[in-house]
Design a protein around this ligand. Structure first.
Ligand code: NAD
Ligand code: LMR
Length: 326
């Protein structure tokens, strides 16, 4: 049996965590041979609800669950954490854009970045789910000067999975037939789901769909899917968000499928001309617990314009929280 790893999850009594924690504890994120210690963070008023979640985790008798820590103190929850899933934040309601949450949530992520810097494992893999996810990840990263910026990522895997399903429906194929999907940029309505590299059963996706569908149906549907779920459910996506967080972390820890890539919002090194230091979603492969931005993807004028628009939004979000960026 492997030694247990420490997985910190914030917002642990919230909607997403109610799906996420049980799947982490059952081994779906890190493998069926990897014991985990869950280190759960909540705000003080939610500690009683968190206790109930912890009781349910116990009642599952998961063979891989080696311990549960519950706290309202980030330096306790992040102590020696090998993985940190930063979910806790205020979700948006109907009519709000994700950037409306910027002020409300920015303070949380600067404090949590500092706490990770102080007490987490030096190799901690951080996934920010709480919105606006890319900019929250940037705030956490900049407040953790002793950690490698590459340790901080934000989630666009839900958008990636949404794009796979939309395309599978349109082309009457299975998601298993589709490879090389890319979400570029921000997890927001400016994100750019790019089909130009996508293959369906090994053939070009762009050859199977009309340009009009691509531009006026597919792209807006993927960009607006979060809002559509909020409208339909009266609450933001939860089980699908948890599923995407599992996919993101599993691929980062255990590797992406051979011959394919995924979408991850990561620290920009200037690839594709994107400003260095933004947390921008790129096509990435993962191996040996490390991610790499895929190089050499062809970018046409249409794509360039869309990639620049979402980059501009991220730069504006960064500038709006400049006071929180040391
Ligand atoms: N990136 C994505 O694809 C994606 C998808 C879905 C939802 N989200 C975002 O995830 C976040 C959580 O969504 P949810 O539906 O679980 O919300 P929720 O309101 O059900 O749960 C959030 C939890 O976070 C806790 N919390 C608040 N501040 C905290 C802090 N400082 N430390 C620790 N915990 C704290 C709250 O008490 C609450 O229990 C939201 O920001 C939502 O917009 C992101
Ligand atoms: O859209 C939201 O606010 C929730 C989440 O980011 C989503 O994409 O479902």
């Amino acid at each position: 049996m492997k030694a247990p790893v420490r997985v910190a999850v914030t917002g642990a009594a919230g909607q997403i965590s109610y799906s996420l924690l049980f799947r982490i504890a059952s081994g779906e994120m890190l493998g069926k041979d990897q014991p985990v210690i869950l280190q759960l963070l909540e705000i003080t008023p939610a500690l009683e609800a968190l206790k109930g979640v912890a009781m349910e985790l116990e009642d599952c008798a998961f063979p891989l669950l080696a311990g549960i820590v519950q706290s309202d103190d980030a330096t306790v929850a992040f102590k020696d954490a090998d993985y940190a899933l930063l979910v806790g934040a205020r979700p948006r309601g109907p009519g709000m854009e994700r950037k409306d949450l910027l002020e409300a949530n920015a303070a949380i992520f600067s404090a949590q970045g500092k706490a990770l810097n102080d007490v987490a494992s030096r190799d901690v893999k951080v996934l920010v789910v709480g919105n606006p996810a890319n900019t929250n990840a940037l705030i956490a990263q900049r407040n953790a000067p002793d950690l490698d910026p590459r340790n901080f990522t934000a989630m666009t895997r839900l958008d990636h999975n949404r794009a796979l399903s939309q395309l599978a429906n349109k082309t009457d194929s299975s998601v298993n037939d589709i490879t090389h999907m890319t979400i570029w940029g921000n997890h927001s309505s400016t994100q750019y789901p790019d089909l130009h590299q996508v293959k369906v059963k090994g053939e070009s996706a762009m050859g199977k769909v009309e340009q009009d569908w691509y531009e006026n149906d597919f792209i807006p549907t993927v960009q607006q899917r979060g809002a559509a779920i909020i409208k339909a459910r009266g609450a933001s996506s939860a089980a699908s968000a948890a599923n995407a967080a599992i996919d993101h972390m599993r691929d980062w820890a255990l590797g992406t499928a051979e011959g394919d890539w995924t979408s991850m919002a990561v620290y920009s090194d200037g690839s594709y001309g994107i400003q260095e230091g933004l947390i921008y979603s790129f096509p990435c492969t993962c191996k040996g617990g490390d991610w790499t931005i895929v190089q050499g993807v062809d970018i046409n004028d249409f794509s360039r314009e869309k990639m620049a628009a979402t980059e501009k939004e991220l730069a504006e979000e960064r500038d709006a929280v400049a006071h929180l960026l040391p």
